[in-house]
Design a protein around this ligand. Structure first.
Ligand code: SIN
Ligand code: FE
Length: 294
């Protein structure tokens, strides 16, 4: 892949209102092809009193993120009742704005979306110590060992709320099919017996499908390969303070290199409810494997 082509993995768009987006076939095709839609003029605006919530010590010890679940319960936050209520208010407001953005841009998804918890990430990225598998500073696609998803999509809305103008710097990698072609030949074969064992031992919450197995093989294959990390087609992408961006994080190779203070909303979508289901990781991996994976 040429340097000029990798730059096309991020589409920069002028939208400046969370509610004013409209369905645009080109934007949708880019998103479903695994590109990032970047909105540099779409800030998530904090109320003046919310500025006081931009502190990393609001994280409970040993916790990576503060999150607000679908029932409105806040998790992972230190601080008294007043601080917790203010956090829940800020994160909840972000959830509504992220939802409005997705509804406006992707109306066809609306009846099929399932909201996941919203996260607030006040920790500084550069100083975090993590095992290679958990280290999001390595290029990866999102795949989770304990939660099989059978091809359901992971759509994420992000907003950088850094008050000092510090960008959230990502690396964005090559198209998903290129990743799959590179790592599938090295992937361990799926074992239905092992999948049943993992379920019995409650390592997984439900049976790990062949799709989930292969996605984890891609995730681990990418993260464990330092040569890939250094030489893979990639671009460094500083998402400005006061900007927002969205991507399918199960499809877009990404890593976070620097930054602090971000909000994130995950939405799930069945792969067959996309505008173009053939562009999903489930369809691409199934095509390359030559048989259905779920
Ligand atoms: C990730 O999803 O890998 C991390 C993204 C971020 O924290 O910016
Ligand atoms: Fe990730």
């Amino acid at each position: 892949m040429q340097d000029t082509q990798i730059q096309e993995q991020v589409l920069t768009l002028g939208l400046d209102d969370w509610r004013a987006g409209r369905h645009d076939a080109q934007w949708v095709a880019a998103l479903e092809a695994g590109k990032v839609l970047y909105f540099p003029q779409l800030p998530f605006v904090l109320a003046p009193q919310e500025q006081a919530l931009l502190r990393p010590d609001l994280l409970m010890p040993e916790v990576r993120n503060i999150s607000l679940d679908a029932e409105g319960r806040l998790k992972g936050a230190a601080g008294d009742a007043q601080v917790q209520a203010a956090l829940a208010g800020m994160v909840g407001r972000f959830r509504h704005q992220a939802e409005s953005l997705v509804h406006a841009l992707l109306p066809h998804y609306v009846p099929s979306l399932r909201m996941a918890p919203t996260s607030y990430r006040p920790a500084q990225v550069e100083t975090r110590q993590q095992s290679w598998r958990a280290d999001d500073r390595r290029l990866h696609i999102d795949a989770f060992p304990s939660r099989p998803n059978y091809g359901e999509r992971i759509l994420r809305v992000f907003a950088n709320v850094n008050p000092a103008g510090v960008p959230r710097t990502w690396r964005v990698g090559e198209p998903f099919e290129d990743v799959a072609r590179r790592f599938l030949p090295r992937a361990k074969r799926y074992s239905p017996l092992q999948a049943r064992l993992l379920r019995m031992l409650r390592v997984t919450k439900s049976l790990r499908s062949e799709y989930d197995h292969l996605m984890l093989q891609l995730h681990d294959g990418m993260k464990s390969d330092m040569r890939y990390q250094e030489t893979a087609p990639q671009m460094t992408m500083p998402f400005a303070a006061g900007s927002a961006w969205i991507c399918f994080s199960d499809q877009t190779p990404h890593s976070v290199m620097a930054g602090q203070f971000m909000l994130e909303q995950t939405l799930h979508l069945p792969a067959d409810r996309q505008y173009n289901p053939a562009s999903s990781p489930l369809a691409i991996l199934g095509r390359l494997a030559g048989h259905p994976l779920v």
